[in-house]
Design a protein around this ligand. Structure first.
Ligand SMILES: [Zn+2]
Length: 405
């Protein structure tokens, strides 16, 4: 990797600020930051730094995936994934987390937020990348998610049932150097001993966690797979609500406009999950395997569309590491989101750049503008016409350094 100044140009720039794409843009990078964005190439005499042109390509902000699991293996079944993460040594899990962080970066994802690791592995991998000892996406780590005895992801090892235990678990994560707190507010599909339809905590326990995060200057994220825990997660003002399923029965969703208005007023974000189970139009093996989450997709997407139309701010994430969801396949999930949630390419791109930067507190990135960190990707073609272009990443720059070119 090299850091110096660059003048980068391509056919177009989508900068994430909500303005129309810039044709024949010039992005000037000095050190780790973007110095200027200009509409056209300067006379060569005024150019300082190496000029790099990408004909036929589009420059975008580095992508931000707000929900991944670096230690998980994306094997075909949940049972295999849980078995492996339970059996493997910390060294083996570290190797996987490093490989995943690197694969993410090469796929154009310059920042990931890890929503469930084991021990301190994700923080250690984060720090190695930060120190320049390993190549990978920037990582925000939630450490180990807080859950109940036999609750969702209890196999990751941070159990808390009573309010005191919840307080101690959150404090342990803060002591272990996390960047945010994560709680499993309901059961989850991956953990057979848990029930996605039931709240794992009362509203007071959720409030303890969100308040401790705020007191430490951090945000908190709540996993919510049914309406049972949603009012509590809203009352506690979790910054992000992961999955945000409004299910009231196994196959019945009920959107509540009043609750949605409160989420908007409180500046809460929902993270919509585009893991492999949602990629039915792009993965024939999913269409052939009608598990519960796949059978429910039509009603799930209809409810998510209601959230979007109500004006709730949303990010799109991969939940990478869960079954059949390798971290470098986010682009397929984004293509699925465009089709299933009737989003324009512009809306999809904002949900993995500018919006997540706001949601998870990273004001230095998410858009291409002067003063921001130089996290850039260059893709072949025009993603505003065809999101598949995100699968053809030609170059990646993180904090002013080329990772791939
Ligand atoms: Zn997850």
């Amino acid at each position: 990797m090299e850091s110096t100044s660059y003048v980068i140009s391509a056919d177009r720039l989508w900068d994430g600020t909500g303005t129309a794409p810039v044709l024949r843009p010039v992005v000037k990078v000095a050190g780790a930051n973007i110095e200027a964005v200009q509409p056209s190439l300067l006379p060569p005499a005024t150019c300082s730094g190496a000029v790099v042109d990408f004909p036929g390509c589009t420059i975008l902000p580095g992508l931000i995936d707000t929900h991944v699991h670096l230690v998980l293996s994306a094997l075909p079944t949940n049972a295999e994934i849980i078995d492996l993460v339970g059996r493997e040594s910390d060294d083996a899990l570290t190797v996987r987390a490093l490989a995943n962080a690197r694969a993410a970066l090469h796929a154009g994802i310059t920042t990931v937020r890890d929503c469930g690791g084991k021990g301190r592995i994700v923080q250690q991998v984060r720090d190695r990348i930060r120190r320049g000892e390993a190549e990978g996406a920037d990582i925000l780590s939630g450490g180990v998610p807080i859950t109940t005895t036999r609750g969702h992801c209890c196999w990751l090892g941070l159990i808390a049932d009573t309010h005191d235990e919840v307080r101690r678990a959150a404090q342990r994560m803060l002591d272990e150097g996390v960047d945010f707190l994560k709680v499993m507010a309901t059961g989850g599909n991956m953990t057979p001993s848990s029930d996605p339809m039931r709240a794992q905590y009362d509203p007071e326990a959720l409030k303890i966690i969100a308040d401790m995060g705020r007191a430490a200057g951090m945000h908190a994220a709540a996993h919510v797979l049914s309406r049972s825990a949603l009012p509590g997660a809203v009352a506690a003002r979790f910054r992000t609500i992961e999955h945000c399923d409004w299910r009231i029965e196994e196959n019945r969703y009920e959107f509540d406009p009043a609750l949605a208005r409160r989420m908007i007023a409180q500046d809460q974000y929902v993270g919509l999950t585009m893991s492999a189970t949602t990629r039915r139009r792009f993965m024939p093996e999913i269409a052939r395997d009608p598990s519960g989450p796949v059978r429910r997709l039509d009603i799930r997407f209809a409810c998510e569309r209601q959230m979007i139309e109500a004006g709730i701010k949303f990010t799109l994430h991969s939940d990478a590491g869960v079954r059949m969801t390798p971290i470098d396949t986010l682009a397929v999930g984004l293509q699925a989101a465009a089709v299933e949630l009737q989003l324009t390419p512009d809306e999809v791109l904002r949900a993995v750049t500018a919006t997540p930067a706001e949601a998870i507190g990273l004001p230095d990135r998410g858009v291409v503008a002067a003063g921001k960190r130089a996290d850039l990707i260059v893709v072949e073609g025009n993603p505003l016409q065809d999101l598949a272009s995100l699968q053809r990443v030609r170059a990646v720059m993180k904090a002013g350094m080329w990772v791939k070119r």
